[in-house]
Design a protein around this ligand. Structure first.
Ligand code: GRF
Length: 203
């Protein structure tokens, strides 16, 4: 059995998506494990979850650097030091550079609370409500140089209910988003470990 895929997870908030990965990884046979958690701001519940799980953490604040390129390089160094197989943006509210994506040496995934390509950006749930759609959802995609534009790896639909607020709708989306993320990561880790791939154990 190959070693579990090494996940470095980046967070900005409460980290319930991270928690879903931590919970999945504690089940026998789940093919991935979180090895480190990073944040772009101090004091997040996401980093607290990592501490409780006994994982290494790091925080790189944009304000702690003279410019964005310096922050991006520092984040890259932190991520690379944990030798990830996959980097996961799980509610990570910063855009990384093409240099970061080249430098990590593995795919980066992002999870987003809408059915991309609809409603990219930081206010996806609010924007979906304002547009009056009957169905929205969540998307896990590979990160590229654009904002929420990379290839879609999985999507899940969530109906909008009468009377939904941004909060109620986002909570229902996040329930599905957590399941989707766990399944997409499982699929990637299994595919990479399949015969004929570079991660297959060499004999
Ligand atoms: C998710 O809906 C994510 O897509 C969005 O912020 C939420 C993060 O939730 N960008 P949590 O911090 O994992 O609870």
């Amino acid at each position: 059995m190959p070693a579990p895929h090494r996940l470095v997870v980046l967070v900005s908030g409460t980290g319930t998506l991270l928690q879903a990965l931590l919970d999945a990884a504690s089940e026998p046979g789940y093919p991935a494990a979180v090895v480190a958690v990073g944040a772009d701001r101090p004091g997040t519940e996401g980093v607290e979850r990592a501490h409780r799980a006994g994982l290494p953490t790091f925080v790189e604040r944009l304000a702690g650097h003279p410019d964005r390129a310096s922050w991006d390089r520092a984040l890259l160094d932190r991520v690379r030091s944990h030798a990830p197989d996959v980097v996961v943006g799980a509610g990570f509210m910063k855009v990384v550079s093409p240099e970061f994506l080249d430098g990590i040496g593995c795919p980066m995934l992002n999870t987003h609370p809408s059915l991309l390509p609809d409603f990219p950006g930081a206010h996806a749930v609010r924007d979906a409500l304002a547009a009056g759609v009957a169905v929205t959802g969540a998307t896990v995609h590979r990160v590229d140089a654009g904002l929420d534009t990379g290839p879609v790896l999985g999507r899940t639909e969530v109906p909008v209910r009468p009377g939904d607020t941004e909060t109620t709708l986002h909570e229902r989306i996040k329930t599905e988003e957590r399941r989707l993320l766990v399944e997409v990561v499982r699929g990637i880790a299994r595919a990479d470990a399949a015969p004929g791939t570079s991660r297959q154990p060499q004999t």
